[in-house]
Design a binder for this molecule. Structure first.
Ligand SMILES: Cc1cc2nc3c(=O)[nH]c(=O)nc-3n(C[C@H](O)[C@H](O)[C@H](O)COP(=O)(O)O)c2cc1C
Length: 214
């Protein structure tokens, strides 16, 4: 059982990374082999629209043809059993790097032919971990869930089950007093970090444990 987690946050020790690491620990408890990939360490861009993956007789096999820093990662993902993606929300969406990564990951598996939506032959289960400043109520008002559902539908091209994991009201700075951020109540944020975030980490652990099949 191979599990790959992809961190779409520039922060290697931020909220997203911590939750992904918790999920990987859960999977490891089931004996899974795990790897965490930090997207911001890789040299890559989004889809070039070269259409090599859509050419008649293409030898791409559902893997993007571009030979750059993402190539090896995409090959590994195509051979894993469980894919965990994580991204902070930036302006109501995933980060730019995560979006570029998704273009390169998903487009080669998306069929332009009539019939089956996917050319992918295997089965990869997945989960997408989203972290954000806003509370659950604010998130609902702003309809972030439309983006989450859209990404879930994209990941379902890999024929596995795809879950959505949401962590609200994250602690953004090490020390709020050092920043111009008066709209955030530092005391309340600290309480959420102390009380809710450990619960979210446990839920992430449980997610990894549950999705890692033996
Ligand atoms: C450029 C930028 C844009 C952001 N936009 C949003 C946003 O639209 N909604 C939100 O809830 N949080 C937003 N945030 C906050 C992050 O999503 C939040 O702090 C997240 O948990 C950070 O994840 P990390 O600790 O893994 O880096 C933004 C943060 C940055 C730096």
């Amino acid at each position: 059982m191979k599990v790959i987690a992809v961190n779409g946050s520039p922060r290697k020790s931020g909220n997203t990374a911590i939750l992904l690491q918790s999920a990987l620990k859960g999977a490891e408890t089931k004996g899974a082999e795990t790897e965490l990939i930090n997207l911001y360490e890789l040299d890559f861009r989004g889809c070039y629209s070269c259409f090599a993956c859509k050419r008649k007789g293409s030898l791409c096999n559902g893997i993007c043809a571009i030979q750059d820093g993402l190539r090896e990662v995409l090959e590994k993902i195509m051979n894993c059993d469980l894919l965990l993606l994580g991204s902070p929300i930036y302006f109501g969406n995933v980060t730019g790097e995560m979006r570029s990564f998704l273009e390169r990951l998903i487009f080669p598996s998306l069929s332009y032919n009539t019939g089956d939506r996917s050319v992918f032959q295997g089965e990869i289960d997945s989960a997408f971990v989203y972290t954000m400043n806003v509370t659950q109520e604010q998130m609902k008002q702003m309809n972030y869930e439309a983006i989450f559902n859209q990404n879930q539908a994209m990941l379902e091209l890999f024929h596995g089950q795809s879950e959505i994991f949401i962590c609200n009201d994250t602690y953004q700075f090490k020390d709020y007093s050092m920043y111009d951020a008066s709209k955030f109540d530092e005391v309340r944020k600290a309480r959420v970090k102390a009380e809710q975030f450990p619960i979210d980490c446990q839920k992430a652990f449980d997610l990894g444990f549950r999705l890692a099949k033996t």
